[in-house]
Design a protein around this ligand. Structure first.
Ligand code: NAD
Length: 249
């Protein structure tokens, strides 16, 4: 119940999917949560739900490609809830285009959100965490950041970059008590993967995923909770896979 008592968490892309599941779980574990997203209405209704039993959450507009939005989000954590202890760099976009099929505009859009956005979030968060004597940054990569496939070129590139941005930050900020880890989900049932044809998803779960099912946002949220909490006090610079065994073979 109280694994995140007195902690303040900022979740990018928190309005729906995995981010929303993390926001719900975090509040149930005693955290105050700031939900940042470009989907303002969805973020606002999630905050309303989370505030049903007290002041637990705040929704704000956060486009992870804009440094001014990040500054505003970190300032809101400090002003509204007294500081920042946990950052979840969760916002992301997915596209299945292969190498030659990727336009420069598409490449830039994916890199800006999935990669530059993660760097920018960490850059704006570390000073606030230092003031609290430390913190936990959780960067949501993907199994696509560990292995390649015949498409999704820009997505693979950005998620692989997140894996090593995580390790670099973990090394730089270890002495500040700031832990930085990456999470690598497999096929998780959210809006993001609606672009994958149903038959293909069925084939993957039936034939490729050892646990024989897609993951849920809650499957990922429970791992993220571990990394946000003091239960993971000696974990940093590491990659945590939550994929039903997808990358085990
Ligand atoms: P989702 O599409 O439901 O959620 C992504 C969220 O990011 C949305 O709320 C969206 O509005 C937000 N977002 C997009 N661009 C943004 C921007 N510029 N600024 C702020 N927010 C922005 O999908 P999800 O599955 O919950 O994705 C969460 C994370 O998990 C992503 O980083 C994704 O790449 C990663 N992931 C997902 C899967 C999967 O199978 N669903 C697998 C591996 C990794």
């Amino acid at each position: 119940m109280d694994r995140l008592k007195s902690k303040v968490a900022l979740i990018s892309g928190g309005a729906r999917g995995q981010g929303a599941a993390e926001a719900r779980l975090f509040v149930s574990e005693g955290a105050k949560v700031v939900v940042g997203d470009v989907l303002d209405d969805l973020a606002a209704s999630l905050a309303k739900e989370l505030n049903a039993n007290g002041r637990n959450a705040l929704a704000l507009h956060l486009d992870v490609t804009r440094s001014a939005d990040w500054r505003n989000a970190v300032a809101a954590c400090e002003r509204e809830f007294g500081g920042l202890d946990v950052l979840i760099n969760n916002a992301g976009i997915f596209n299945t285009s292969g190498l030659e099929e990727t336009s420069e505009e598409l490449w830039d859009a994916i890199v800006n959100i999935n990669q530059k956005g993660v760097w920018m979030g960490m850059k704006e968060a570390v000073a606030a965490m230092r003031k609290r004597g430390g913190g936990s940054i959780i960067n949501i990569s993907s199994v696509a950041g560990l292995t390649g496939s015949s498409g999704s070129t820009a997505y693979h590139g950005t998620k692989g970059a997140v894996r090593l941005l995580t390790k670099a930050a973990a090394v730089q900020y270890g002495r500040d008590g700031i832990r930085v880890n990456s999470v690598h989900p497999g096929l998780i049932n959210t809006t993001m993967i609606d672009i994958i044809p149903k038959e293909q998803r069925q084939f993957i779960t039936n034939n490729v995923v050892p646990l024989g099912r897609e993951g849920t946002p809650e499957d990922v949220a429970r791992l993220v909770l571990f990394l946000a909490s003091d239960d993971s006090s000696y974990c940093t610079g590491a990659e945590f896979v939550v994929d039903g065994g997808l990358t085990a073979q």
